[in-house]
Design a protein around this ligand. Structure first.
Ligand SMILES: Cc1ncc(C[n+]2csc(CCOP(=O)(O)OP(=O)(O)O)c2C)c(N)n1
Length: 322
């Protein structure tokens, strides 16, 4: 089923929200207000948004170190996200997790994860839990091309395929793992070809085309809900930013490669599609949407700044389950 015009607008709003949230997070990180590290998803928004648009609120996702976009696409609260980046008690992890560890079980966001490949086996377990509960829930794991070389990738796909778990593995193939080119770590052109080795479908999709991502996601979701097992989706995409926002971080990617992908920015691609397809969407409407989003981002910063830092004596709270 193709996305309705209303859904397309919702997707555009989410993509633009991710972009504006991260632009602000990057600025405030560089300004010294945000601690730890910030990895931007800017340029890859269509992947998370297109996949999550095909999910139910009770479906579950897990993310990696580049997780803000996945959180927002699954419906996370911007105020609590920004407060977490700012390290404040009203953040999702009471200010003790930071950018790479945002989780919200109430919206099915099981967490971001700083361990490359760490989410794959956890999410496979979430798929097993959904299968055992018999609630036809689906679990989705987002990870990068670098993570797909980790042992947990192979073990997770193998067990999920064997047990027909309701899982979707989404490889966001941005051609680089930190500063290492994907070409130097695997010979296969398409990561999705690896699915054949596990007896499950592997699909490549233009990860900058949110509507194309949404279509393949729906098929994979239907397959998972029907009890037919996992799918590996490979979204070919690109990050606009260096690996992290750390000042002075080296970006080894060729300028021509960057320019070619920037020209296929997923947000203008969807704006153009909306204008042409509906003939009603205008630059003015996009500006109004963006103004609303900017106000929400500003409000999230105000919320974050008004929240206190966690007390030092709370450092070990929540480390162990009761
Ligand atoms: C187990 C482990 N090894 C190394 C790192 C350091 N590291 C952080 S991100 C990253 C690259 C990950 O690349 P990829 O999975 O392709 O995701 P991308 O950053 O491209 O989104 C590396 C090597 C880590 N966090 N965890």
């Amino acid at each position: 089923m193709s996305a309705s015009p209303e859904l397309q607008r919702d997707m555009l709003r989410q993509m633009q929200t991710i972009r504006r949230f991260e632009e602000r997070a990057s600025d405030d990180y560089k300004g010294g207000d945000i601690y730890g590290v910030v990895h931007c998803y800017i340029g890859e928004e269509a992947s998370g948004v297109g996949i999550c648009a095909a999910l139910r609120p009770d479906d579950q996702i897990i993310s990696n170190h580049r997780g803000h976009g996945h959180c927002i696409a699954k419906g996370a609260d911007l105020n609590r996200m920004m407060a977490e980046l700012y390290g404040r008690v009203d953040g999702y992890c009471k200010g003790k997790g930071g950018s790479m560890h945002i989780a919200d079980f109430s919206i099915g966001m099981l967490g971001a994860n700083g361990i490359v490949g760490g989410g794959l086996s956890i999410l496979t377990g979430a798929g097993l839990a959904a299968q055992m509960a018999g609630n036809d829930g689906v679990a989705v794991c987002f990870f990068g091309d670098g993570a797909s070389n980790a042992g947990s990738f192979h073990e997770s796909l193998n067990i999920a395929a064997s047990w027909k778990l309701p899982v979707i593995y989404v490889c966001e193939h941005n051609s680089w793992a930190a500063d290492t080119a994907a070409k130097k770590t695997h010979a296969a052109e398409n990561m999705s070809d690896r699915a054949k080795g596990y007896g499950i479908p592997g699909v490549v999709v233009d990860g900058n085309d949110v509507l194309a991502v949404y279509e393949v996601a729906q098929e994979a979701v239907a397959r998972a809900r029907a009890g037919d097992g996992p799918t590996l989706i490979e979204c070919k995409t690109y990050r606009h930013r260096p690996h992290t926002e750390r000042p002075g971080a080296v970006d080894r990617r060729p300028e021509e490669e960057k320019a070619a992908w920037m020209a296929r920015d997923p947000i203008p691609l969807l704006v153009d599609h909306l204008k042409q397809q509906q003939g009603q969407f205008s630059d003015e409407e996009f500006k109004a949407m963006d103004d609303e989003i900017m106000a929400e981002i500003e409000a999230s910063v105000t919320y974050a700044k008004a929240s206190p830092f966690p007390a030092p004596e709370a450092a070990l709270d929540d480390v162990f389950a009761d």
